[in-house]
Design a protein around this ligand. Structure first.
Ligand SMILES: Nc1ncnc2c1ncn2[C@@H]1O[C@H](COP(=O)(O)OP(=O)(O)OP(=O)(O)O)[C@@H](O)[C@H]1O
Ligand SMILES: [Mg+2]
Length: 282
């Protein structure tokens, strides 16, 4: 087991009504090593909150979440956000190399403090100076942005920025990849292309993926398993195994009858929750 979420409840204080909002309630989920799991759920059901708690960016009110790392020298997770979350003052190359730069500083500190010698030194060399940039360039090439190495995020389209986000996440070489609707703001065609890119990158890695999306189609295209969340307070109400063959052709897959059938099964469960979530807004 790689990611473990056990009886997670997250409550926020609402500054308008002074009533606490329960975003997530008693949510349990496990993700196996190397698995690709998609979470689908209506807007406001706590998907982002779930990812943020797993990443340690938000605190659980009750329950626990844990990433079971197997290599202490490897970062636990990398995250891709809906709006890419790039540093606007850094070039594409600097953005992609950023995680490694942080890792290098961390290893240098560790080395100074515990002097574990060779192993740390080797690890440090992997992310230090020239190697860091070579590795970043490799990932930039793999997402098709070699011509834009020195561009700043503001000079790129939304789709290109998400490509940088993916390159940065993969270059970080973490054990777990957390993605929060990374393609949500893109047009339908760009979205398909980036889904294909993501599957290609993931195939040659050993990463465990937790991917949040509104879209059943997207989840069916990418996942080994789909978990469906209820309207707020979010918990898991259903789970579907997706056993379409890999490698998947993202364009063709959605024209198959199996795809349509699975879509229907999942929508059956999700529909009520979407309606409930909509009513919660009024
Ligand atoms: N920091 C916060 N303070 C107060 N309320 C919050 C905070 N973060 C989230 N919430 C509330 O928690 C609920 C869940 O929010 P969350 O962003 O996790 O939903 P989501 O499923 O990601 O929605 P979407 O699909 O629209 O991105 C919402 O009602 C939201 O208003
Ligand atoms: Mg969200």
């Amino acid at each position: 087991m790689k990611i473990e979420v056990k009886d997670l409840t997250v409550r926020f204080a609402d500054n308008n009504t002074f009533q606490p909002i329960t975003a997530v309630q008693d949510l349990s989920l496990t993700v196996e090593e190397g698995e690709f799991v998609c979470v689908v759920g209506p807007s406001g059901c706590g998907k982002t909150t779930l990812l943020r708690v797993i990443a340690g960016l938000e605190r659980a009110t009750q329950g626990v979440t844990q990433i079971h790392g197997s290599d202490t020298m490897r970062p636990d997770y990398a995250m891709v956000f809906q709006n890419a979350g790039l540093f606007p003052w850094m070039t594409v190359l600097e953005n992609v190399a950023y995680g490694m730069r942080m890792q290098a500083s961390y290893l240098r500190l560790l080395w100074l403090s515990v002097k574990e010698g060779r192993l740390l030194l080797d690890k440090w060399r992997e992310v230090a100076g020239p190697n860091r940039y070579a590795r970043a360039l490799k990932w930039i090439e793999r997402v098709g942005l070699s011509k834009f190495v020195d561009a700043f995020p503001g000079q790129l389209s939304g789709g290109m920025q998400q490509r940088v986000g993916l390159a940065r996440a993969f270059a970080h070489n973490a054990e777990v990849l957390l993605l929060d609707e990374p393609f949500g703001a893109l047009d339908a065609q760009t979205r398909l292309i980036l889904q294909d890119t993501l599957l290609g990158l993931w195939k040659s890695s050993d990463m465990t993926v937790l991917f949040v999306t509104h879209s059943i189609e997207e989840a069916l295209t990418l996942a080994d398993r789909i978990v469906v969340m209820s309207a707020r307070p979010g918990h898991i109400i259903a789970e579907f195994k997706v056993d379409f063959e890999r490698p998947r052709d993202v364009m063709k897959l959605r024209t198959t009858p199996e795809f349509g059938q699975k879509f229907g099964e999942i929508w059956e469960v999700l529909r009520e929750e979407v309606l409930t979530a909509n009513q919660q807004l009024y």
